[in-house]
Ligand binder design. Structure first.
Ligand code: ATP
Ligand code: MG
Length: 455
């Protein structure tokens, strides 16, 4: 993408309405525009990151064997009356009446609708286990939408639902989700710690929230510092293997880590004092096992191996796709702007032309652009007629992990500069070597990809 032809409305001033750094940087980097309280347009740069995140979520869900579909944003009130949640959900639910006076709602979550889909098609244990998921916009009429996309009213969520014959099988689905989430967040450059939590309006017995530690987080958390040493990494795991998935859950929940809703002072006090941590965190996902809470009232039953009809055991599992942009920026920025982890960056590399209009420099930049494209790396090429300082400031603000700077002086000896956004380190090397270096930096990112049809 050539910056002269792109739409990147960066702001020079700090927007007064933004209280936290991620909101401020998303506005300044021209990623989002607020249209109403908690409702945003995703401008081209923001849209790219959103799609990167969504893609990783799809890949990891499908790697775990979960099946994508797409349910609508609007739902009939009738379904929610069946579960009893139409009246229980309260003011967060946006209720809508159509021209025929039929009651609808903008879905805040989809347990009822997915249960309806399931019961319409499945009647035998032979069709189990089954996990369906989608990535779709939700609406919750939050009392205090704030912090930009972090607490929006309209927001993008991945929500998945498992259907199993027994509690044991449903707990395997729970563990499988935990594993897939660990891998998902790490691919985004995040450490998200599973913490025992409270189930809220979704209901159920077992639930973990995934929290990214950040001072601006809305949740109060308590944990044993040893938990932050754990990494999932690139381990190979067979998602069908119950023992393997349970072992990961046990490992990642082996240390004390709880939100304030379930915090237990007495248990916490048993941790050696030097390891006790009280901090704040951003909730980026949550998994639930809730058994037959929806399948029983809604009649989602299957005929079991013994011929008896039994309600299926279910759970639901959410990832805050749009909130993740805020969480990643909170975890990865400096005073000059965003620092995207390589897994989610809107463009892998930027090219800065120090002397636009100089035939040799323009030619070298075009050649770099083409060589990177050949490697599957779409550069953001700053080909504007701007001074170098302004170009660097834009690149630093939007946070691409790598920058190649080309100017007449270096090119005279066939060199460009390659700068790492995170460390600030700059290397002088030939254009061909710069391309090699950037390609090598993205090799591990590409190695973690998983082929999916959608995303
Ligand atoms: P919170 O406690 O932050 O209000 P929640 O527990 O009600 O969230 P869930 O029902 O668990 O939310 O939804 C799954 C995920 O969707 C959450 O973990 C969070 O990352 C994301 N999410 C929830 N509410 C919002 C919101 N208002 N704006 C953006 N993302 C949200
Ligand atoms: Mg939650």
């Amino acid at each position: 993408m050539r910056l002269s032809q792109y739409f990147l409305p960066v702001l020079k001033e700090n927007p007064a309405e933004a209280q936290i750094v991620s909101h401020r940087l998303m506005l300044r980097a021209g990623m989002i525009r607020q249209q109403a309280a908690g409702i945003y347009s995703w401008l081209p740069l923001g849209w790219r990151v959103l799609k990167r995140i969504e893609r990783i979520v799809h890949e990891e869900q499908q790697r775990a064997g979960h099946i994508p579909l797409l349910m609508p944003t609007l739902q009939p009130a009738e379904l929610w009356r069946e579960s009893g949640r139409y009246d229980d959900y309260g003011q967060e639910m946006l209720r809508i009446t159509d021209r025929h006076k039929r009651e609808l709602l903008y879905g805040p979550t989809n347990e009822e609708m997915i249960t309806d889909i399931f019961r319409s098609a499945i009647g035998s244990y032979r069709d189990l286990p089954l996990t369906l998921y989608h990535v779709q916009w939700k609406f919750r009429d939050e009392m205090r939408p704030r912090f930009g996309v972090m607490r929006g009213r309209e927001f993008l969520m991945k929500d998945g639902y498992n259907f199993d014959l027994t509690k044991e099988a449903a707990l395997h689905a729970y563990n499988r989700h935990l594993v897939s989430y660990l891998r998902t967040y790490e691919r985004m450059g995040l450490q998200a710690i599973p913490m025992r939590a409270d189930s809220g309006p979704i209901g159920g017995e077992d639930t973990h929230e995934f929290l990214v530690l950040a001072d601006t987080g809305e949740s109060e958390v308590f944990y044993d510092s040893e938990i932050t040493d754990l990494r999932f990494g690139d381990r190979q795991i067979d998602y069908a293997d119950e023992t393997q998935c349970r072992a990961v859950l046990e490992e990642f929940t082996s240390r004390y880590a709880r939100t304030d809703e379930t915090h237990d002072e007495a248990l916490f006090a048993q941790i050696p004092e030097a390891r006790r941590r009280k901090a704040r965190g951003i909730e980026v996902g949550q998994i639930f096992y809730f058994g037959t809470k929806y399948s029983e009232p809604m009649g989602a039953v299957v005929v079991g191996p013994d011929g008896s009809r039994q309600p299926v055991h279910m759970g639901s599992h959410g990832i805050g796709v749009s909130r993740l942009l805020g969480a990643i920026i909170e975890a990865s920025h400096d005073e000059r702007g965003i620092i995207w982890p390589e897994g989610v960056t809107p463009f892998p590399v930027g090219i800065v032309n120090l002397k636009q209009g100089d035939a040799a420099t323009d030619g070298a930049c075009e050649a770099l652009y083409a060589a990177l494209a050949e490697r599957g790396l779409e550069a953001l090429y700053d080909d504007r007629d701007e001074r170098a300082g302004a170009k660097f400031a834009t690149m630093d603000l939007i946070g691409l992990p790598w920058r190649i700077t080309a100017g007449p002086r270096g090119l005279a000896s066939n060199t460009v500069e390659l700068t790492n956004r995170r460390t600030g380190e700059t290397e002088v090397l030939s254009p061909a070597d710069a391309v090699e270096r950037v390609a090598a930096a993205y090799a591990p990112v590409k190695a973690r990809e998983y082929p999916v049809a959608v995303g």
